[in-house]
Design a protein. Structure first.
Length: 349
């Protein structure tokens, strides 16, 4: 009995290695042997007078657009990379401590980052993780590779697999074969860009100012990339730019489709451009296997039909698109020796 409790407490210390999907919109933490244990918005609320974080994650996101002058809700990642190093480190430290109760524990960490980031940006992610308490070196995995593993694609086979990961700040398109990326493109267009397009469209067409959170809710409710069998309408509230008073307008799915056309077209262009760079044998494999969509953007209604129409390829949406990157990075932790080739350590930078 005593031996069992000793073993379980030893496992609690050693088995807390973690994989982090450090996303522009959300941060997910996967703990070895347990799965995803944390999924929180990548937002930190800071007291500007003291510089101390007041809230992190969900509590901080509720404050966006609603804070007094002495509190600022900050998103430390922009377009998939660290925009505010200090705040990012505080956020990561908070999340690590939420998962690890022991302050002295130094977990091995695998962090998923966009494939288009520079060596300097990769180093910033590693340093933020190490300052926040990760064991050195922190390992880096490119998001499309993690998404492909999490979506169940056979990345180590000598055959072409295409993954399109539409996140909050970036869209990652990659063709993977033999455990490596053969052709890829990373465009800084994602869910945030869709929200921004909705804000600009409503401002121009209805003279109505919307907040970030309202725009995101509209995108989830009414966003679509392809004509729907039954078009929807909904009331939205905002501030009238002429009178300065609150006003309600009715808006439909065709309006939102028009609003987000530019970023959706940019995502389609990135997919077509990557296909254009793909060797013919791998392109033939993709024609047979299809393109896999992952990330929150894969939940946009009709995005699969739009891509199928533009590329002529079969499209499938991953089973759990929001979590595939974290699941894939977690699988690398679970089978570290078998999948070691797909991660980058500080020696690769």
């Amino acid at each position: 009995m005593f031996g069992e409790s000793l073993l379980s407490s030893f496992g609690a210390v050693v088995g807390r290695d973690m994989a982090v999907d450090l996303g522009t919109a959300n941060t997910l933490v996967y703990v070895r042997g347990e799965g995803i244990v944390l999924n929180e918005p990548s937002v930190v609320a800071i007291n500007t007078a003291t510089g101390k974080p007041l809230a992190v994650g969900t509590d901080a996101k509720r404050m966006i657009g609603r804070t007094p002058s002495n509190i600022q809700a900050i998103r430390p990642l922009k377009d998939g990379v660290i925009a505010d190093f200090e705040i990012c480190e505080k956020m990561m430290r908070h999340f690590i401590q939420r998962v690890h109760q022991r302050k002295w524990a130094k977990p091995r960490m695998v962090i998923a980052v966009p494939s288009g980031i520079t060596g300097v940006e990769q180093r910033a992610v590693q340093e933020a993780a190490e300052f926040a308490g990760a064991r050195k070196p922190a390992f880096i995995i490119e998001e499309p590779m993690a998404a492909a593993i999490g979506a169940g694609l056979q990345v180590q086979d000598p055959a072409g697999n295409m993954i399109v990961d539409i996140g909050g700040g970036t869209t990652e398109v990659a063709v993977i074969s033999l455990g490596g990326v053969v052709a890829s493109q990373s465009v800084r267009v994602g869910g945030d860009e869709l929200d921004d397009s909705i804000i600009q469209y409503v401002k121009k067409e209805f003279s109505l100012a919307l907040g970030e959170r309202t725009a995101e809710e509209i995108k989830v409710q009414l966003g679509s990339a392809w004509s729907l069998r039954q078009e929807l309408r909904a009331e939205i509230r905002g501030r009238d730019l002429v009178t300065g008073l609150p006003r309600t307008v009715v808006i439909g799915t065709p309006d939102i489709r028009e609003a987000i056309e530019e970023p959706v077209a940019a995502i389609c262009d990135a997919v077509k451009s990557t296909l254009d760079k793909t060797p013919p044998e791998l392109a033939a494999d993709i024609m047979e296997r299809g393109i896999t969509l992952a990330g929150g953007g894969a939940l946009l209604q009709g995005i699969d039909q739009r891509l199928a129409e533009e590329t002529g390829m079969p499209i499938r949406i991953a089973t759990d698109p929001l979590h595939v990157v974290a699941i894939g990075a977690g699988q690398v932790l679970e089978e570290f020796e078998a999948l070691r080739d797909v991660v980058l350590s500080s020696g690769d930078l």
